[in-house]
Ligand binder design. Sequence first.
Ligand code: ADP
Ligand code: TPW
Ligand code: MG
Length: 581
Amino acid sequence: MGTVEPQIAAAGDAQAKLTDGFQLVIDALKLNGIDTIYGLPGIPITDLTRRAQGEGMRVLAFRHEQSAGYAASIAGFLTQKPGICLTVSAPGFLNGLNALAHATVNCFPMILISGSSEREIVDLQQGDYEEMDQLAIAKPVAKAAYRVLHAEDIGVGIARAIRAAVSGRPGGVYLDLPAKLFAQSIDSELGRKTLIKVVDAAPRQIPAPEAVKRAVELLRSAKKPLIILGKGAAYAQCDAEIRELVEKTGIPYLPMSMAKGLLPDTHELCASAARSFALPGADVVMLIGARLNWLLSHGKGKTWGGKGSKDWGGQKFVQVDISPLEADSNVRIDAPLVGDIGSCVAALLQEIKPGWSKPPAEWLNAVAEKKSGNVAKMAETLAKNPTPMNFHSALNVVRDIVKANPEAMFVNEGANALDFTRSIVDMYRPRKRIDVGTWGIMGVGMGYCVAAAVATKQQVIAVEGDSAFGFSGMEVETICRYNLPVCIVIMNNNGVYKGTDKDPTGRDPAPTVFVKGARYDRLMEAFGGAGVQATTPAELRKAMEEAIRSRRPTLINAVIDETAGTESGRITSLNPTAKKK
Ligand code: ADP
Ligand code: TPW
Ligand code: MG
């Protein structure tokens, strides 16, 4: 690809071939295989978006930086390359900051690049246009944060940002580029020499042999072993090895939300449908790329068979993680295995010699029995066809559609719309399910749809609570503008959790309730996409099939019984008010 070098006349040498800050940023990104920017233009980065596009980069412009940021974060998860979010100064930066924090919390590699105001004025607080000390503000929520002041340092700045984002535990990196930097010009040959093509950005980290032996010994001693796969395992892209580990050891496994599909959810060793039996029942648990945070009840308490809410259930843990700080964060880890998951799983497979005995049949049968009981119960519920449609009858359709389109990317957010979907809709391939993540954050939906379509070129299906959708709903214009194959299904129950709350004084709508009977499908039509209202499973099925057949941007307003949800979905116990009731 030909590089367009600006020919800028320098004082005293009309022929000098110069390059500038804009160009060096683009060159540095391209040199490192980064070909996509998610962002929103404005001072001082408008020309950066323009020129990056002119140089063949994909520049996806959003309606709000937060969506661009979420897109970048999930692109990082899906590709192992840092997703780039580009914003303007202060307000644009702050809009992107939420996603930067989200990337760090979820261990996704992302770089937030924001233009910023003039340093001298910012530091003296003299009131520059969009004045803010962005670097200082980014630091607490970023894995690393850097600022570049001179054009000849752009190469180093981008290289450091890339390394920081993807090496070790991935995370969000902030790169501050003051307005003045972009226009700085230097000799283009000199500039070229300052660029760095990062070698081995995420070096493998090989676990210590004795740590591998310790882990395998603990697993061997188990009577009721269990493997938990987290999104770190999905990120690591060593799908075949993980499958081999599960199948070779014969240990039942539980996938965390975004690890669903790492092995097909229909795998005989998948214990998802027996979760509340498997967790307290297990004696040795191997965590692979999953933290013992709130999503796993901190590894203790009643979920794990402990007597009280904070009591240890007696499990011993193996923890496979790239971060040496993760072990013992909540309960004792008897066999920490520190390294990248690919290397760790390969080392475990080496150590698990032929003749390895599968877990006792008693345990396997008990898990299988519990599972088939729960699967049968769920099948009964799913077969019902109530009027109005409820989460189950709608999701039964989504479940079939995903089964018929296993390569489709699947985006999911909401409360009930999240929890029911997670347990009803099986995933069949790795890294297909992307959702609210560690924070249970609303607003990732449409940004994730854009990035999923762009990064994987696959059909995208999104199941969205009506509240969840609203956080990023304007991005349907972005989806239509780039004509992306995205099918959004809104589980419309007229509100947050349900649509039935009332203001006790009778003055206003309750805080959890929206306009009744809202027609979200018409939003899509405003931008040229397909909008469909579905009040029955049959209508929903027809609309989803058509969306996938046509690959047209589609929004289906699935009208759900407004009484169907529960407060906070599955995490009612974390809600102080609900607990009192
Ligand atoms: P989940 O929410 O699915 O339980 P978490 O986000 O809590 O997953 O945990 C992911 C873990 O995976 C983090 O502790 C992170 O350090 C780890 N991790 C991420 N990538 C890798 C990798 N390539 N190798 C090893 N561990 C990784
Ligand atoms: C950034 C709090 C958790 S779930 C939810 C909110 C507002 C919406 C639930 O309603 P929805 O789903 O989407 O209609 P359903 O099916 O139960 O009706 N702000 C942020 N993140 C979170 N998690 C919240 C608020 C919340
Ligand atoms: Mg709702």
